[in-house]
Design a binder for this molecule. Structure first.
Ligand SMILES: Cc1cc2nc3c(=O)[nH]c(=O)nc-3n(C[C@H](O)[C@H](O)[C@H](O)COP(=O)(O)OP(=O)(O)OC[C@H]3O[C@@H](n4cnc5c(N)ncnc54)[C@H](O)[C@@H]3O)c2cc1C
Length: 502
């Protein structure tokens, strides 16, 4: 009989954690994935002698407070054993031009403050005050996790949280007297959340930044694919059933508009609860519209799609030392201001280059190394006249332009060493993930649709009975940790609802 307690649709980061946790709770669980392997973004691919990491630049595996659930806590609880290698630097930030800079920022609070002070003398106290703002923010979050959202309690006990909650990252830093040059450096990571810091919610940005600084960025030894395999192994060890090559083409509802099942691979499958790792727009497009509330439909239509990227993966026939690489993660920016970087994104506004060998020296065969280029694409950025015939040239031009620029910025010779090259664009991500416009970040986490509003309005915004969501498109915004942690949130809700017979 095709009936389950829980069906999870999509084996991305969110779906994998959600499925593993509900299976661990003893619920009969089916995980459906359209591809022939788990992971979504968290995967790997092979070209010639190289196994490439397609997405992960750096994993933020710790939370800003030990009292908040971290990715490491989740993995431990689920029995997922994936050793992580921690980095001691955050990034090297290069801004071109005469008033630009070239700075390496260290991980760890004291080392970070020291490197900030060395780059912008006199900034230490204000930067520390900015970082310390995480304490009242975390306290409020811990209180809400334990006692629910209580506005009166928030007003009375968590004034700093409320005061900060409505401000952008730029406003918070300016208010705390962080000098402009230090603000620019602190803002380097804005691309990880896909919204320039004059619009990006300050608490959201600070939480991510502090987690990286205090917890140190990390990488799994065998690409993010290793984490996905670890999760699927744990899921199966708890009795969970996974079906690959099983795209869900229909979500099913009863007369009371309650979600009751799905159609995958032509088979009708029923469950008490459905958890979707798939973005609501795609769920609604696979549903009879009459069952989706006007609020949910309006919200899906009103939201702006988040950032996508184009990436270039290079397998090189020389070592990183021979190439002259000294850093794992290099942000190359045209201007100090995130808004200008965003506006100039088609013209080297910003891009990131990673050399995995710096963190994992033996991640490629002896005598070789890899480079991984990433540049942002926002909705509407792909050329309007792009056709299947011009696509290859578009991809190659993008790759060549960025490799040549990086050669010039770093005074190194890359092109003669290319043994393998693979290029992905928003078109690739749209095809692989199935997301609208190839967004890799779900919905843009900006303005009215920021993390605070999403959290506060969650129960009203996600109002279809028995249908739960998780992943980068859900309330915590994008990224590996958000995927995993929202999978945990969805699982907790489902387990509790089923326990209470709801
Ligand atoms: C190039 C790149 C670089 C990135 N760098 C970082 C980084 O350094 N740090 C970081 O934290 N984050 C990074 N991210 C973002 C991060 O990868 C994503 O936010 C996160 O992985 C999204 O997880 P998710 O749970 O939403 O699942 P997704 O990865 O979106 O997976 C969804 C899954 O659902 C499946 N699916 C879709 N439709 C269906 C259907 N109808 N039926 C069945 N299955 C379906 C898909 O095949 C996929 O397996 C990066 C992403 C990319 C692409």
């Amino acid at each position: 009989m095709n009936t389950y307690d829980v069906i999870v649709v999509g084996a991305g980061n969110g779906g994998l954690v959600a499925a593993t946790e509900v299976a661990k709770a003893g619920l009969k669980t089916l995980l459906l994935e359209k591809h022939n392997l788990p992971g979504g973004c968290a995967t790997s691919f092979v070209r010639g002698r190289f196994e490439f990491e397609p997405s992960l630049h750096e994993l933020c595996s710790e939370s800003s407070s030990p009292k908040l659930t971290s990715v490491s806590d989740l993995f431990r609880d689920l029995g997922v054993d994936v050793p992580l290698v921690y980095e001691d630097t955050l990034f090297r930030a290069i801004v071109r031009g005469e008033d630009g800079y070239d700075v390496v920022l260290k991980a760890g609070k004291e080392a970070f403050l020291d490197s900030m002070e060395a780059a912008v003398p006199g900034c230490r106290a204000s930067v520390e005050a900015f970082l310390d703002l995480i304490e009242p923010i975390d306290d409020a979050q811990i209180d809400m996790n334990e006692n629910g959202l209580n506005p009166v309690k928030l007003f009375k006990e968590h004034g700093d949280f409320l005061r900060a909650a409505s401000h952008s990252a730029d406003e918070l830093m300016a208010e705390l007297g962080v000098p402009e040059d230090a603000q620019h450096l602190l803002n380097t990571y804005w691309g990880y959340l896909g919204v320039p810091t004059d619009e990006l919610n300050g608490l959201h940005y600070l939480s991510m930044l502090v987690s990286y600084i205090y917890g140190h960025p990390s990488m799994p030894k065998y690409r993010s694919h290793e984490i996905s395999l670890g999760l699927i192994k744990a899921f199966q060890s708890y009795g969970g059933e996974v079906r690959y090559n099983s795209e869900v083409t229909r979500f099913l509802y009863n007369g009371k508009h309650e979600c009751i099942g799905v159609v995958a691979g032509g088979k009708v499958l029923y469950a008490k609860k459905i958890i979707s790792n798939v973005i609501p727009n795609n769920v609604f497009n696979r549903s009879d519209n009459r069952h989706i509330s006007p609020r949910s439909r309006k919200l899906a239509n009103a939201r702006k799609m988040g950032m996508s990227v184009a990436t270039v993966y290079l397998g090189l026939d020389c070592t990183m030392e021979e190439l002259g690489v000294t850093d794992y993660s290099v942000f190359v920016m045209k201007d100090k201001e995130p808004r200008t970087q965003y506006n100039e994104r088609q013209n080297f506004g910003f891009y990131i280059v990673n050399c995995l060998n710096k963190v994992l020296p033996d991640c490629t065969p002896a005598g070789t190394c890899t480079l991984f280029f990433t540049a942002p694409f926002f909705p509407g950025d792909l050329p309007e006249d792009l056709t299947p015939e011009t696509y290859k040239k578009f991809k190659n031009d993008f790759a060549e332009k960025h490799i040549r620029d990086y050669e010039q910025v770093m005074a190194m010779s890359i092109i003669p060493h290319i043994e393998e090259i693979s290029i992905a664009t928003p078109v690739t991500f749209a095809r692989y993930l199935g997301t609208p416009g190839g967004t890799i970040y779900g919905y843009a986490s900006e303005g009215w649709d920021n993390i605070i509003a999403r959290t506060a309005l969650k129960d009203m915004d996600y109002d279809t009975k028995n249908l739960y969501f998780c992943g980068g498109h859900y309330i915590r915004g994008d990224g590996y940790p958000s995927g995993y942690l929202t999978g945990h949130m969805a699982a907790e809700e489902v387990i509790e609802a089923l326990k209470e017979g709801k």
